[in-house]
Write a protein that binds this ligand. Structure first.
Ligand SMILES: [Zn+2]
Length: 204
């Protein structure tokens, strides 16, 4: 039988709010470091804080982000928000991957406040991710909340797990895309999006 205290502690851990600092201290020791030396004394606490920020997307809700910023507007041209910077953590190595996302949609009845699109990107980037799913998450969410005729998302990223270890390729760029609705079925719409993204170059 587990004591009440142990059960309460487990429940706290399930909520994800129990500090991971003691575990980081353990990790530092196992890496052969001295967790008590000056520079490292407060590192476990800092890592706890940093990881919580970098995974804060789990606590974000789409309703809070939208906050009513959907407008009925007669506009039937493609809307594109280019070069949205993002930083994420790969779920395989817990190393960063970062880059730019280009998001487009073709409105049907509603448009979304433009500043909301980067916030939707952040909501999904600040989780443990793989680039393919991050790209889909953003596209599907926009499709669901705005109900446009289609959504296009292109994501270009560099992965530290490829740059610092593994194949050690510092300059390779991984590109993923998600095309929904008319962005999938109509070549003209997709090409319009691609040419808008290519203009001025989108390299970083
Ligand atoms: Zn990785």
């Amino acid at each position: 039988m587990k004591s009440t205290k142990a059960v309460v502690k487990m429940m706290e851990a399930q909520k994800g709010d129990e500090s991971i600092a003691p575990l980081i201290e353990e990790v530092l020791g196992r890496l052969g470091e001295d967790p008590k030396r000056d520079g490292l004394v407060r590192t476990p606490e800092r890592v706890d804080k940093a990881l919580r920020f970098l995974t804060s997307g789990y606590q974000m809700k789409i309703e809070d982000i939208l906050n009513g910023a959907l407008y009925e507007v007669k506009y039937d041209e493609v809307v594109v928000v280019k070069d949205i910077e993002f930083f994420s953590l790969c779920e395989h190595h817990l190393l960063p991957f970062y880059g730019k996302m280009h998001v487009a949609y073709l409105p049907q009845k509603k448009v979304i406040g433009l500043s909301k699109i980067p916030r939707i990107v952040d909501m999904f980037a600040r989780r443990l991710q793989i680039q393919e799913r991050l790209t889909q998450d953003v596209a599907q969410t926009l499709q669901q909340v705005v109900e446009p005729l289609g959504v296009g998302v292109i994501c270009e990223a560099k992965h530290f797990c490829m740059m610092m270890r593994g194949v050690e390729k510092q300059h390779s760029l991984t590109v993923t895309s998600a095309m929904l609705g008319v962005f999938k079925t109509q070549l003209q719409t997709r090409n319009e999006f691609l040419s808008l993204v290519r203009r001025n170059g989108s390299n970083f």
